[in-house]
Design a protein around this ligand. Structure first.
Ligand SMILES: [Zn+2]
Length: 388
């Protein structure tokens, strides 16, 4: 017969031994056996060695003490450090992206929306497992997975800044999702659970002593100027607080991304931010999205782009001796004059017209993508012919 797992919690050495004794008696009465191979003790503490008194016996056999235990898929450590488990889950989630890559994610004719749905259903579910417990804490890994997926699918270089990916795709920071999971779980415990349930007793203690997740939530409310989560709030006010907090975090993240663009990326900051709402909602092929995204963000593979410059940044296609950046490539390079005439009836495009074009205001997004693709293919063909 197989009985379910049990956990015994105590905050004193002898209380724990007495509880183990009770378990021993219970098992004797019901003729049950405890699997000592799988039974472990974990002493939760801030650090330091265990004292010689910290020993516990079951049926005269010493129970081994462990520093890592996996329970219901969550890895516990004496310091209750959650980082290791976030890293493990993140790796599993990343693997899920890589295993679905060949059969699905790499397919150019599957829309980015469908791929995003798959990412949420599989990779984010794997990553956010247990976020009801750990979601209060902000782990960089949580956001990195979303970026890893987007950059891979959109064929963007790994060094593409986060503000570009965020502002262009409009995809929300993964941390907001896990924080929401955590806050909803705490709400359920505090407002829906009966008073004698252990999670509620513990949650109330955490609230009263302002420890563990409560200290993180306190600093989030302070940073984002929202009302504190106090013990006597009505459920309605508590839920409203959650909405306000998440909304303010979203606004802060967006403002940070915009000011990052303004401070560091002159050309990009002149473009209209899309928040995923301009060309990402158009029925475009994935490659078309990629061309537009690369051109807008200055990530085109030219001799000089916003984030990487070749040893020779001068345009290899013409003799103007100008640096080959997006403004030169699309606006001025004489070698591409025929494409500008073909698409825009203009031999040269000045910066303000170029900005209008990249904002989708002059030609349709689909035509813009085909203009970008044509110019880039022509460039690469020309360079390979001349072996540059
Ligand atoms: Zn040129």
């Amino acid at each position: 017969m197989y009985a379910d797992d049990i956990v015994i919690l105590a905050d004193e050495i002898d209380v724990m031994q007495r509880m183990i004794q009770k378990l021993e008696e219970y098992c004797k009465i019901w003729n049950m056996e405890v699997n000592m191979e799988k039974s472990k003790i974990m002493v939760f503490r801030k650090g330091g060695k265990l004292s010689s008194k910290e020993k516990w016996l079951y049926n005269g056999t010493e129970i081994s003490i462990t520093s890592e235990y996996s329970y219901l898929g969550l890895t516990f450590t004496p310091k209750l450090s959650l980082r290791k488990q976030i890293q493990e889950r993140n790796q599993l989630a990343k693997n899920s992206i890589n295993t679905t890559w060949n059969c699905f994610l790499s397919k150019p004719n599957v829309s980015i929306k469908t791929k995003w749905k798959l990412f949420l259903a599989i990779s984010r579910s794997i990553q956010s497992y247990g976020s009801q417990i750990w979601g209060f804490s902000h782990f960089d890994e949580v956001d990195q997975l979303t970026l890893y997926f987007l950059k891979k699918v959109l064929k963007m270089p790994s060094f593409t800044p986060t503000y570009i990916m965020m502002l262009e795709t409009g995809v929300e920071n993964g941390h907001i999702y896990t924080l929401n999971n955590h806050l909803n779980y705490i709400t359920r415990i505090l407002y829906d659970y009966k008073d004698d349930r252990l999670p509620k007793i513990l949650a109330k203690k955490v609230m009263r002593h302002e420890i563990f997740w409560k200290t993180h939530i306190n600093s989030l409310t302070l940073q984002n100027s929202t009302e504190a989560f106090t013990p006597n709030l009505s459920k309605q006010c508590w839920l409203q607080n959650i909405q306000n907090l998440l909304q303010n975090i979203r606004a802060t993240k967006t403002n940070d991304a915009l000011s990052n663009a303004n401070n560091t990326h002159r050309f990009y900051s002149k473009l209209q931010p899309t928040f995923g709402g301009l060309y990402f909602v158009e029925p475009l092929m994935q490659d078309e999205l990629m061309w537009i995204l690369k051109a807008r963000s200055g990530m085109f593979s030219l001799n000089s782009n916003r984030f990487q410059t070749n040893s020779n940044p001068i345009c290899s296609m013409c003799n103007t001796v100008e640096i080959e950046n997006i403004q030169h490539f699309l606006g001025r390079c004489p070698a591409l004059k025929e494409f500008r005439l073909m698409f825009f009836q203009m031999p040269i495009i000045n910066e303000s017209d170029l900005i209008n074009i990249l904002n989708g205001n002059v030609i349709h997004w689909k035509s813009l993508a085909s203009y970008l693709k044509t110019c880039m293919l022509y460039r690469n063909q020309l360079l390979s012919e001349f072996n540059i």
